[in-house]
Design a protein around this ligand. Structure first.
Ligand SMILES: [Zn+2]
Length: 363
């Protein structure tokens, strides 16, 4: 049984999210309140609906400058411990309402020091918000601390990831403009993390192609790839046949997880449309593909909506959605026992129930 799931059905499915930015998912009403409380005067609108529309329009404009400007406002109001705790708590509440049972949410601590917080205070404020949300909504959220690739603080941030590894920080990431800032620029941080047996992902193969993916894996030792869409540059399709180059082969053979974010890739120009998104081919070729939101506010999206769009474009059914979800849980940075418990105790039974109820319409 593989009925086409509706958006409402998909919301009820127990889902897993690995790539979501804390500063890319703040509620518009919260941005406005925090701006008022903290004296931030640069918002382009003070009505929540108008502000939401502004964010989506700026993000869909095709202009990288306008897209990046959106983050200056969310980061601008996230400069106190109270603001960070609130944003983390509400993020987890929104993810839980969307049916997500496990999430990894990332942010760059170095971007929240504008009003005198230390890196440690930033990390602790965010962890506090997620811990409270776990008590209230049951959702497990691990955090990834991100270093900005154009800055020079990656070693410090990597040390922060290791220091807080038993307190809710599950990994490390680098993000920011890819062109001109190769991941090897931060090799010392990655080598340090490897020596510490710590996990990390790298934004690669989004704005820049194969060399970036190759460096992230073969020089830096990334466990996962943030996006990785450009791996298709190493795949030649002839009719129903596909010929993989050595790098694409390696990524598939080693089951390296690809954190794909369809809507975001269209906004940044990494893909033309959902129907033309490489995720269709990569799923067919059995790469370790996962589905993610990247920036829910800028994309006007949720994980359920990403799945609904893919279902529409590629005709995916419950089996496909479960496959993406199990892929994500297998690829999470949570400990093995926790992953297994969620796959066998929550994800598989949850999907089984949805498939079963889809097969027998209620009278
Ligand atoms: Zn991202």
């Amino acid at each position: 049984m593989n009925e086409r799931p509706t958006l409402e059905d998909i919301r009820r499915a127990p889902k897993v999210l690995l790539h979501d930015h804390l500063d890319g998912g703040v509620r518009p009403a919260t941005i406005i309140e925090l701006a008022r409380d903290t004296g931030y005067a640069d918002l382009p609108a003070t009505d929540p609906d108008e502000l939401r529309t502004w964010f989506e329009e700026a993000s869909n404009s095709g202009s990288l400058e306008r897209y990046l400007e959106t983050f200056s406002h969310t980061v601008g109001v996230m400069q106190t411990a109270e603001a960070l705790t609130r944003v983390a708590y509400e993020c987890a509440e929104d993810l839980a309402a969307d049916g997500i049972v496990y999430a990894e949410v990332r942010y760059a601590p170095e971007q929240h020091l504008g009003r005198g917080l230390t890196l440690e205070q930033v990390v602790e404020a965010v962890l506090d918000g997620f811990a409270r949300a776990r008590r209230d909504f049951g959702i497990r959220v691990g955090t990834l601390v991100t270093a900005m690739r154009h800055q020079a603080r990656s070693m410090e941030i990597a040390e922060l990831a290791v220091r807080y590894r038993d307190l809710g920080v599950v990994g490390f990431d680098i993000a920011g403009a890819e062109a001109g800032y190769p991941p090897t620029r931060h090799l010392d941080a990655f080598e340090y993390l490897q020596r510490e047996n710590a996990h990390f992902t790298i934004h690669a193969g989004e704005g820049f192609g194969l060399p970036s993916i190759w460096q992230a894996i073969q020089w830096c030792g990334a466990d996962r790839l943030g996006h990785g869409v450009r791996i298709i540059d190493d795949i030649e399709v002839e009719g129903s046949d596909a010929r993989l180059g050595r790098l694409a082969d390696y990524v598939r053979d080693k089951r390296i997880p690809l954190e794909m974010c369809p809507t975001s890739n269209i906004q940044t120009g990494a893909a033309k449309s959902i129907a033309e998104h490489p995720i269709g081919l990569l799923r067919r070729l059995s790469f370790r593909v996962t589905v993610n939101t990247d920036n829910r506010l800028m994309g006007g999206t949720s994980l359920s909506q990403e799945f609904a769009k893919l279902t529409e474009a590629f005709g995916y059914g419950w089996d496909d959605l479960q496959w993406f979800t199990v892929n994500a849980m297998k690829s999470a940075f949570a400990p093995f026992n926790e992953r297994l418990e969620l796959i066998n105790g929550v994800i598989k039974p949850g999907f089984a129930q949805l498939k079963w109820s889809g097969a027998r319409p209620l009278a």
